[in-house]
Design a protein around this ligand. Structure first.
Ligand SMILES: *Cc1c(COP(=O)(O)O)cnc(C)c1O
Length: 227
């Protein structure tokens, strides 16, 4: 049996108090989430909209939800009203869709720009030059209902920890460049979301402000289920 509550306290005591712990509860049951909640965990991460919608009403309302997986524009309207942060913003089209839906409910939505740092082929995430050209071309000022709070990234899934460290350090440099060049006066641009069960220690050493941890808290996910 996984002792979720003691896993949370152990991890919490290890992390600097300035680092936010996002408990990644994808594929896990409502009762497991509530066990974490009762242990004082307030922030949860899910990567699929439907699964998130199915679970959230069964969890106390002051739990905060972070979307960490690719979001299709046609599903934006379902999450905008309650989501605490969308960490996985990976296109201008998605930014526009979030802004549009958020304006309808008069809410400013916290977002992170997901930046591609890994060597693996992946479909999602901005490149740094894409972000800079979006900002230089049109700026993000028109997006009044979107609050860009920082960046998110995932390192290559590898045992080569020097590679992982290099990628996290690269994300931190991207953050610094964006902060200095475009978000200097914006105090809410301060988050670097990086680090998962296998690499969070390196991420914290490299300046992470948010770690997204699933299996280390809740136990291994069922590999047969989609994640
Ligand atoms: C699943 C997932 C995590 C957590 O992974 P673990 O290795 O179980 O800690 C973190 N971030 C994202 C984007 C994920 O999809």
């Amino acid at each position: 049996m996984t002792d979720i509550s003691s896993n949370i306290s152990r991890l919490r005591s290890e992390l600097p108090s300035s680092v936010m712990l996002i408990a990644v509860s994808k594929t896990k049951s409502v009762s497991e989430i509530i066990e974490a909640y009762n242990a004082g965990q307030k922030y949860f991460g899910e990567n699929r909209v439907q699964e998130l919608l199915d679970k959230k009403d069964h969890v106390p309302a002051d739990a905060e939800w972070h979307l960490i997986g690719h979001l299709q524009t046609n599903k934006v309207k379902y999450v905008v009203p309650f989501i605490s942060m969308i960490q996985s913003v990976d296109s201008l089209k998605l930014l526009n869709a979030i802004n549009n839906e958020a304006s309808k409910v008069n809410k400013v939505v916290n977002c992170l720009l997901q930046i591609y740092i890994a060597e693996e082929e992946t479909k999602y995430g901005f490149s740094m030059s894409e972000i800079e050209s979006i900002i230089n071309l049109k700026g993000l000022d028109g997006l009044k209902y979107v609050r860009i709070c920082g960046v998110m990234g995932m390192a290559t899934f590898t045992e080569d920890f020097s590679q992982v460290r290099k990628e996290f350090s690269c994300l931190r440099e991207y953050f610094k460049i964006l902060k200095a060049g475009y978000f200097n006066s914006e105090t809410h641009f301060r988050e670097i979301s990086m680090g998962m069960s296998g690499d969070y220690k390196i991420a914290v050493e490299e300046g992470s402000t948010m770690v997204r941890i699933g299996s280390l808290l809740f136990g291994e996910r069922n590999k047969n289920k989609p994640v």
